[in-house]
Design a protein around this ligand. Structure first.
Ligand code: SF4
Length: 292
């Protein structure tokens, strides 16, 4: 503890097969920085015991495999675990997990196809930005082209892609570039779901020290909404949902693309024109977030 899961997995059984994050380099991330959260995989026997306990209370139909990037697990270990989930919990309809672009590429189409057959329906990917400069600075570990290649593989094997982007992560300096390029990345990868979050600078994350030293400046709330405008403006989805209703955001939007794009852009622009803070979600909510 603590473990993290997407808000939409609130009713899922969380199977913590790994602890921490094998990448653990993203400069804005403070999730797994404690010594006891150092990355490791649970032994298969231990994972099976957890699944056995879950099977005794089968009040769930979805399983989320944690922590940070469970897709890093060797294919044999992962498939054995997923097979065991399906065997012991036959009511399970969907398995999902966070996935890192590098791990998707390393798995390749054949392994992903096998995982899909075993129930992997959806992966959550932290794109954060489409701007190469920002991706490099935040040490995301993947560039624009790699995101496209990995997401193409997901489309090929029909695993749903839920992509997260992070308002503010380019700082004041790269704010406009970040907004435009992130929209372009979303268009190029065409995820089924997009979740926009807004950066919070937390102690423990390297970006916190950068901010303290004056090397990183968080954009203002309206600047982050301007980023949202740029992202939406530059995003074309074939058939997807775009949400910014995460509690970290100042302006929650829910849209089905492509049909709702004009409505949402109008809404964002009205807020940017009026600059009335009472139209925004209060800062209070950003202070109480404890999950990502
Ligand atoms: S953001 Fe995700 S991939 Fe990056 S360090 Fe945190 S958990 Fe790992």
């Amino acid at each position: 503890m603590p473990y993290f899961r997407p808000p939409s997995e609130a009713k899922s059984f969380i199977l913590q097969a790994t602890i921490g994050c094998s990448h653990n380099k993203c400069t804005y991330c403070a999730m797994y920085r404690r010594d006891e959260q150092k990355f490791r995989m649970r032994p298969t026997d231990e994972i099976k015991q957890i699944i056995d306990s879950a099977a005794e209370n089968p009040g769930f139909t979805r399983v989320f495999i944690g922590d940070g990037n469970a897709l890093v697990m060797p294919q044999k270990k992962l498939t054995e675990m997923m097979q065991y989930v399906m065997e012991r919990c036959p009511q399970v309809e969907r398995i999902s997990m966070y996935a890192n672009i590098g791990d998707i590429l390393r798995k390749g189409v054949d392994n992903l196809k096998e995982l899909k057959k075993l129930g992997l329906q959806m992966v959550y990917i932290g794109f954060e930005s489409g701007d190469e400069v920002v991706l490099e600075r935040i040490q995301k570990g993947a560039n624009f082209a790699q995101h496209i290649e990995a997401c193409k593989m997901l489309k090929e094997v029909e695993i749903i892609n839920s992509a997260m982007v992070l308002l503010g992560v380019g700082g004041v300096e790269r704010s406009e570039e970040h907004g435009v390029a992130t929209g372009k990345l979303l268009t190029a990868t065409d995820p089924e779901y997009v979740g926009a979050l807004s950066l919070q600078i937390r102690p423990g994350a390297p970006i916190y020290n950068e901010a303290m030293e004056g090397k990183f400046q968080l954009p203002s709330k309206f600047q982050m909404i301007r980023e949202l405008e740029l992202i939406v403006e530059n995003t074309t989805l074939t058939d997807g949902y775009f949400f910014s209703n995460h509690i970290s955001n100042y302006l929650p939007i829910k849209a089905k693309f492509p049909e709702d794009k004009p409505r949402v852009l109008k809404e964002i622009r009205r807020v940017l024109n009026e600059r009335d803070e009472s139209m925004l979600r209060p800062d209070y909510y950003r202070d109480v977030i404890n999950q990502y």
